[in-house]
Design a protein around this ligand. Sequence first.
Ligand SMILES: *Cc1c(COP(=O)(O)O)cnc(C)c1O
Length: 467
Amino acid sequence: MPKKSTLSRQQLQHDARTYIWHPFTQMQEWEQQAPLLITRGKGARLYDIDGNAYLDGTSSIWVNLHGHRHPTIDLAIRNQLKNIAHTTLLGLSHPPAIHLAKALVRLAPKGLHKVFFSDNGSTAVEIALKMAIQYWQQCPNPQPRKTQFVHLGLAYHGDTVGGMSLSGIELFQKPFSSLLFPGRHQIEAPYCYRCPVDLQFPQCQLACSEPLETLLQKKHEEIAGVLVEPMVQGVAGLLPSPPGYLRRLQELCRKYQVLLIADEVATGFGRTGRMFACEHESVSPDIMAIAKGMTGGYLPLAATLATDEIYSAFLGGPHEGKTFFHGHSYTGNPLGCAAALANLSIFKTERTLSKVQRRTPKLSSFLNTLADDPWVGDIRQCGYMVGIELVQRQHTKDPFPVLHRIGHRVTLAARALGLLIRPIGNTIILMPPLSSTLEELKQMVDIIKVAIGVVRASISSEHMSTQ
Ligand SMILES: *Cc1c(COP(=O)(O)O)cnc(C)c1O
């Protein structure tokens, strides 16, 4: 007779396939598999229903910072529960949201003085876009023709219609082309690593920002804002921008009177080694969207920060219609705010930022041990955001055919070795929790190395057996 845990695992796996429609998942393939069931977590590790441990190489999809079951965040949520789990910011206020807004304004890039809460990154971006549009209608010198946006090629800004409209990933947009914003302009992503000319800073950033300058010269009277993932484009496959590029975007936005909107959903909260990625180039956006790491990976919470200038354009009498008519049922949820405050306190007590800064070069040196692998075409890193691009031949950088799903196979091999990661195409994305020890970071990289070898070996044996 099977053990009780086996029985309940099988039942759960059956019900998982029967009742859940998973995000970004081809369900036909999913239905053929027994899903991995995670039941516990501690620090940088996740445990499945049978007690097997896995390193959390995606930080549970880019959100976890200080590890799972951190006592400070656990306690903050329990304490908040003794008071209230949820109330609203529509017509009322509450202490956790007040304390958090004040703390965020103190940490945020200069000039961002107002915090508009919501509950996920896509929504925080959507709110930024709506704020920008309404701002230009109501600012002291109104320019209602400014209704269009600029975004980068391969950008990702979320899955709601606004964020999706300004993303540059065709695969995700294709069925929805009828819904996409009419006025959107895509400028080329600054592909440093494939740049044919080895231009050096500062010519390099000028060359990369040229398409934007040309566009703004022509169209700035119709453009409300430029939306950008500062310093590194995540879903694009982890593409860091050339040094000075973000700073240059800010200059151009100021010159042509266009709002700079920073999507710090992935990069915020220490991911790149600074609290916000904009700090690397002392950039102060007009609007900033934050989410993923905001509660340390505990609860869904997001915010859109704006300058006083933007905020004041929305002030007026109740009948003037200048109100920002936007809000969600769970906007500024108190449990989420309590978790976020605890998250920020850990940055201080554990000196998270200086630890990440100190360990980033060590992570680079671990990653360097992959450089000789014949399949590793490129290793891209920005703090604790890493992309390892797999190619057929290192010297020519020939991509693998998409159908071979090499990235996918490598992540499955890594799972069998105790590391959970996800690919984007054939780029392996590694996003360790910021609290990972050096040993854990090294283990993650070592497993990736072995996993690539395992897949290569299995492919050459497949090859032999078909000959
Ligand atoms: C994840 C992400 C989003 C969307 O956030 P969700 O919370 O998943 O809706 C938006 N922008 C960037 C840069 C992201 O990485």
